[in-house]
Design a binder for this molecule. Sequence first.
Ligand code: PMP
Length: 437
Amino acid sequence: MLNLEKSLAAFNEAKTLMPGGVNSPVRSYANVDCNPPFIAKAKGDRIFDIDGNEYIDYVGSWGPMVVGHAHPNVVKALQEAVTRGTSYGAPTLLESELAKLVMKVYPSIEVIRMVNSGTEATMSALRLARGYTGRDKIVKFIGCYHGHSDSLLVNAGSGMATFGVPSSPGVTKGTAADTISVPYNDVEAITKVMDEMGDEIAAVIIEPVAGNMGCVPPKQGYLRKIRELTQAHGTILIFDEVMCGFRASLGGAQAAYGITPDLTCLGKIIGGGLPVAAYGGRRDIMMKVSPAGPVYQAGTLSGNPLAMTAGIETLKLITAEPEPGEADYSRMLTLKTKKLLLGWLEKAKEAGVTIQAHQAGSMFGIFFNEHEVYNYDDSCASDQEAFKVWFKSMLEQGIYLAPSQFETLFMSGAHSDEDIDRTIEAAGKAFKAVAES
Ligand code: PMP
């Protein structure tokens, strides 16, 4: 039995200090009926709690830790950087270096602006799209999460869906009225909206591989259709690749599916575990951003030297030319992920449990569902009780997963074959526990 005594005491204290004891909702483990381990440290693919338990980590801080925790290159660069000061609020070479590293793998990004969180990136990209087009309305997809800015807290996924709240109090009716939500992976729904209102719509924002209703890739041809519709109406297409960037493939979903958006939002990986995100895209649109243009957006800590340093080191590692005969970083992650999921599928079958297993590069997840999962409704129809049993059994066995079926799991370069094998074995026991529950 996992001993989480110290974590429980820490959580009880934290609950008196912070709403729900946490600084971001899903960390509270509220929907899996147990208390969260409090984390003391992490290294490679391992995360350690204050009770002395060690886990193989597939959360990876919800995506950023693609090279594993505390990678020596990142640590060394940060240690050196910190001695040069932690923030200047002035231009640095580091910002241009990270910008160039990103643009090399995202050619659709001609001009970029660094911000501090995915929320800021999407919020700013939408303001820009509205400023550029002079239109107010935006379209989002049900179950896609783009951070917590007001106009996007309408039928959002992630923590919102986990707690079953379709939109948040505090978001005004006026703001919500400008946001049109349509089901994901439904060509008819988006076509209808664009046919009826396309010329009034500033932007369509989408997670091109959804990661906040569980991992749900787009159907064949879906993104292409959205590209055609937006182009026809002069609507800005925003790919929110905060999660799937550098994961669906090195060049993100846009490279994997061969679709060029007008604007892209990135986050997580580009900060290497420090708070960084970015938005960028077509030069003519981006040049409308202040001070080049009239659309205001700023940030005291934007382009922070430590954050840029962690991002640069992480991107250098994942974009490095492979040794002859070896797979590149992204391919290596994809193969590891495939191995893990095939193992899980086999173990589920042995236990007589039906799951849907989804993968997009190094993003992955399973649904306890007899039917295929293409959208938020399908995802919600998955068996939450089975998930709880599975999740708790995995945690007991030292496997650290996201505490919700609406989240995505992430592979890192630090996950060894042995650890993946161990994770598959643990899954065997966990699926048996589900079958017996
Ligand atoms: N967009 C997507 C696709 C995300 O997954 C997230 C966060 N998981 C965000 C935006 C918001 O990013 P942040 O939490 O850094 O504000």
